[in-house]
Design a protein around this ligand. Sequence first.
Ligand code: SIN
Length: 534
Amino acid sequence: MEFDLLVIGSGLAGLYTALQFGDRGRVGLVTKRGLTDGATALAQGGIAAVTSPDDDVRLHAQDTIRAGAGLCHEDIVAAVVREGPRRVAELAQLGVEFTKEQNGDYDLSIEGGHSRRRILHAADLTGKAIEEALIDTLNRRPNVDIFEHHLALDLIVTAENGGRRCQGAYLLSEATGEILPVRAPATVLATGGAGKVYLITSNPDVCTGDGIATAWRAGAAVANMEFFQFHPTCLFRPGAKTLPERSFLLSESLRGEGAVLLNREGERFMLRYHPEAELAPRDVVARAIDQEMKQAGTDHVFLDATGLGKEKLETRFPYIFGECLGYGIDLASEPAPVAPSAHYCCGGVLTDEHGRTGIPGLYAVGEVACTGLHGANRLASNSLLEAAVFAKRAADAAAEDIPGLPAPAKPPPWNGAGGCDLEPVVVAHDWYLVRRTMRDFVGIVRSDPRLEMAGERLATIHRNVDKTFAAARPNYDLAELRNIVTVAQLIVRSGQARPESRGLHFNVDHAETDGGCAHDTILTYDNEAPIRYN
Ligand code: SIN
């Protein structure tokens, strides 16, 4: 199979990149499960963009930079907030029905760290509305072929002029276990996040850091992986016998509309932590909850949304309200138990301002990428915005680069793994160990000894996984395990490379921010990266 542009991933980043490429060539879009199984479809809060006369792109930039704790790239922030409103208008033209007020203006919400109401939403299922509109449009594009249930195992990388070049990817078919090389002069990683690295996460099953790990193995630089954002308010289910597949999110917009956090004593504790209380930046709120839980020896606090009233809950938050009822919690009459859970990877594959990675022919868009927008802590609802803005930028960059990138040579068949059958229990065991290690040692609050212990344990797991991978016929579980252990190690190594506390990285052994550390953490794979052919 050969395309001009290969897009890996089917959230907003992937779908919109394919659309923005327009008719400039043939596009192959692959996704490892169904088209809507990623995190975009679950996004509740919305997309932040300046659309109201009482707002200003400078204010949006200021809020983004303040949340980012000194590490945002100001040129990228300026570009994203400037281009955001245009991308949002295009999404609306494509059929996304953002909720409006009776007078026809957008009904804007507010979340932590924003100084203005500027978040466009489609009730509390914004991501679903975006996905549906984009898929509908893409289905009518004759130049786009979509392949569901194919996982990108590795990138096809060639050695060229002393450097590397990406020429597509090896895909693993979920149905047959077959491995297929797909060639393209330009490949866009839009694989989303990596919440599955942690035991408790708001992310869906597919978020196993595949793009970050494959790019890393290919030799791309990865940045700021220590900044993993925990969402403060995921539903805690006391007495649940098994771990939920993912934690159910209670959108920060609930707090934007007046919901408050209470500790076990019923005290509104956020007033003690930050002048903006429940609407302080997300890292502050998650740490405060963590502290309250530790002090009280409990595993949750409460989100009290009763003040919003039943009518508002039913109309503005119909999905959340209904889901909570399904769990036996009536948000209109009782506080819901909540706890933080791993939510968003602010680091990722390092890109320039057009989504280009350091490997010619390889681009990254969305959560998989580190563009410089989020710095040390992402401002709420800036992620769909970043994905939309960079989808266009990367599509344009790829279209511009393709004529200068020679047609890919014929890759050899995949030969990276052995032919033995896997023992599922071995893989499941290591999955659990990785996620448990990350939860216990690399959570909201970290320390030097715990980072060191995590690093040692993960290195041992990685050695075992490599051995298994070399011997076995890969399947999804094994491929994803190889990726989560790699991403977990990158998070730990980045944490160890930052001897300070900043934004989402809080280390009790370096509790202060150190001016000397006001730079990105950039890691490169210094061993010889796998070269597949040529
Ligand atoms: C939420 O709705 O609280 C999540 C929004 C986000 O992560 O940006």
